[in-house]
Design a protein around this ligand. Sequence first.
Ligand code: SAM
Length: 225
Amino acid sequence: MSSSYERMNYLTSFGFSLRWRRQFLAGIPATTAPVVVIDLLTGMGETWGAVHRRFPNARLSALDFSEGMLRHARAKSVARYGGRVEVLHQDVLQNHLPSAHFDIVTCAFGLKTFNPEQLARLAQETLRILKPGGRFAFVEVSEPNVVLLRALYGLYLGSVIPVLGRVLLGDPAEYKMLWRYTSAFGHAKAAMAIFQEAGLQAAYTSHFYGCATGFHGVKAVAAVG
Ligand SMILES: C[S@@+](CC[C@H](N)C(=O)[O-])C[C@H]1O[C@@H](n2cnc3c(N)ncnc32)[C@H](O)[C@@H]1O
């Protein structure tokens, strides 16, 4: 779905995906220091703009395992960032990233396809690659708590988006999975608990009545990992 993903995201979320990308980073204090940042499950780099806005002097790396997505990400790195975003083609669950290297780990809309074992691995890797005192933030599309909103959101993501994907962009099957993954994911509390069990301090966040949820936190200075 990489050929249509960014346009689809922008158009069909009515700007919410952009807003949530900014909001989830608010869990990490803004800084003009030259921080070392990695955006995991980066896709085409949809979150890079928000990262640069909050951390203008960041040295940004971006990781994904989809060559289709990364083709666009590399082009964006060259066109908009003078090639300064380092694009890494790796599986985050079996990565070769250095330990205790990053000040900040970010990740938008990548949690929902992971099962609990994979989330535990992701949490361990986040702990490992962060410097002591390093910070992280995750956000994911979620199932709102309010019954009516959940029904409408489910109808929109489960029925309208797949039709729009087919009619406007010619991508049929993949968009059907969005609500299936989202309703299986629920909200980010279970994922956050897995990160806490791994030894990371984390706090829960909810955006627009739970249509997106996430968590942010810190690797304690004395944490092992
Ligand atoms: C829904 S997209 C999110 C993209 C982007 N972060 C955004 O904000 O729109 C999820 C991305 O995670 C990537 N992904 C899923 N599992 C992965 C894994 N194990 N390792 C690396 N990338 C993975 C997919 O290739 C996809 O680009």
